[in-house]
Every structure is written in structure tokens, then in C-alpha cells.
Design a protein around this ligand. Structure first.
Ligand code: UDP
Ligand code: MN
Length: 255
């Protein structure tokens, strides 16, 4: 049997939210070894997300949490490149939940699964191969100014020697959040591993990974990192001028 994969999804209210989460929920319906941890960026869980989990039949293998991103962060660093990070508070809450609820004697996997990317079911089959104590890595499409960002491997395909990143290649781990998943025991063995507001843009992945692994310990997956099974797609901002005109007349199209 496959190890349970805990997929952690921060999500926030906006017009396309239901569409994004519906897409993801149907992926979960195809993959019974997944457990979905949704963390809403709100002061309370919402009926939209609760109903969506219900309709997909996921109530028994999902956990719904919420924590609102503070509108102002206390910055200690004086980094001019710092911008508002997304999903930090939410991912950290999920990590706290996992550390309290997961039985580490059973091998399991943690994956940070943003709500707007595009995922192949095959990606999750690859993730299941992650060994205890290791972090699996693979290519990601449409990110960092490239068609594909990917780890570079030794000739025998067993070790990561570098990365092809064009954007900030000097990062300790120049990869996207969607490019890796982690054996749960690493989070137990490294309780200090969390996400932080006080890192430069593009350094969240390095921030979490530096506590958990080293480059030469990474486990290459996806056919020696040649298959692209996840894409960093982004949904365009919904245009609602006509809806706003309706609202001024006390009407709405979705009422
Ligand atoms: N997110 C959130 N609150 C926000 C902005 C983003 O919870 O205020 C979530 C979002 O739903 C997604 C993740 O954080 O699951 C990453 O955000 P986004 O996809 O906007 O980041 P990008 O693709 O630009 O890196
Ligand atoms: Mn995104």
C-alpha cells in the first residue's frame, strides 16, 4: 500500500477560488492515498470550502483549518527585496497540525500544493517513492522564466548535482514549492523547520529545506527528472466590471 500523502493547500477567497478548488478536489477523488489539509486564509472556515469537500466525498480524508494572514508583519530584517510572502501562516499551521496528529511510525509524505497549479496524477505516484528521511525532487513546468525548471543529476541519475534555474540560481535550493515533497519523519526530527516572513522573495523553499536536507541527500524522481508532471500555472485576475454594475443596482448574476 502507498504511504499517505498529506497535501497542504493554503487558499483565500477570490472569484476563482471555487473553480480552483473544484479542480483539485477531483484529483483527490482519483487518489485514495491522499489526505488534503486545506488552510483557509480567513478568520473562520467558510461554507464554500466545507461544501466542496462534502460534495467530493472527502470529509474523511481532509482536514480543514483556518488562519488569517496578518495585514501587517513586524519586520526585523531590513531587506529591500522583501515582499509580502503568500501562504506562510497557513503552511505553518498545517505543519503544527501534522506534528501533533501524524503517527510517525507509519511512513508518510508531505507536499505543499498551491491551489492554482496544475498537477498530474502521475506526480503523486512518483511522490510515493520517497524514502523515509528523504526529500524527493522533480521538474516543474512554466516557472522561473523557463519552460521547465529541473534538477541536474549525476550520470547514473541517483544524485542531484545542481539545478538549471535562471532566476536567482544562487539560492541554496533554487526550486519552486511544487518541485519537492518531504518524508514526514524529517519534520518530527527537525522541529525548528518552519516557513518565515523574514526571507527574501523566492527563498521560502530554501528556508524550509535547509532545516531538513542537503543537496546531495535529495531523491530525484520523475524518470530521472525528465518528466514534467506539475506546472506552475497562474489564473488571471477575474474581470468583473459588469458584475459591479449589477451590484450597484442591487442585483447579481450568481444570486
Ligand atoms: N494564498 C493565500 N493567501 C493570500 C495569497 C495566496 O492563502 O493572500 C495561497 C494561494 O491560494 C496559493 C498559495 O498561497 O495556494 C500561493 O499563492 P499564489 O498562487 O498566489 O502564489 P504564486 O503563484 O504567485 O507564487
Ligand atoms: Mn500560484
Amino acid at each position: 500500500t502507498l504511504p499517505t500523502t498529506y497535501a497542504v493547500t493554503p487558499t483565500y477567497p477570490r472569484p476563482a477560488q471555487k473553480a480552483e478548488l473544484t479542480r483539485l478536489s477531483h484529483l483527490f477523488m482519483l487518489l485514495p492515498h491522499l489526505h488534503w489539509i486545506i488552510v483557509e486564509d480567513t478568520n473562520a472556515t467558510t461554507p464554500l470550502v466545507r461544501n466542496l469537500l462534502d460534495r467530493a466525498g472527502l470529509e474523511k480524508r481532509s482536514t480543514l483549518l483556518n488562519i488569517k494572514t496578518p495585514s501587517e508583519f513586524k519586520l526585523k530584517g531590513k531587506d529591500p527585496n522583501w515582499i509580502k510572502p503568500r501562504g506562510v501562516e497557513q503552511r505553518n499551521l498545517a505543519l503544527a497540525w501534522l506534528r501533533n496528529h501524524v503517527d510517525v511510525d507509519r511512513h508518510s509524505i508531505v507536499f505543499f500544493m498551491d491551489d492554482d497549479n496544475s498537477y498530474s496524477t502521475e506526480l503523486f505516484a512518483e511522490m510515493s517513492k520517497i524514502e523515509r528521511g528523504r526529500v524527493g525532487v522533480w521538474p516543474v513546468g512554466l516557472v522561473g522564466g523557463l519552460m521547465v525548471e529541473r534538477p541536474l543529476l549525476t550520470e547514473d541519475g541517483t544524485k542531484v548535482t545542481g539545478f538549471n534555474a535562471a532566476w536567482r540560481p544562487e539560492r541554496p535550493f533554487p526550486i519552486d514549492m511544487a518541485a519537492f515533497a518531504i518524508s514526514m519523519d524529517l519534520f518530527i526530527r527537525n522541529p525548528q523547520a518552519t516557513f518565515s516572513y523574514e526571507v527574501q522573495r523566492g527563498y521560502q523553499e530554501s528556508e524550509i529545506l535547509r532545516h531538513l536536507t542537503t543537496r546531495d541527500q535529495l531523491q530525484p524522481l520523475a524518470n530521472r527528472c525528465t518528466d514534467v508532471l506539475v506546472w506552475h500555472t497562474r489564473t488571471e485576475k477575474t474581470k468583473l466590471a459588469a458584475e459591479e454594475a449589477l451590484l450597484k443596482k442591487g442585483q447579481r448574476s450568481d444570486g
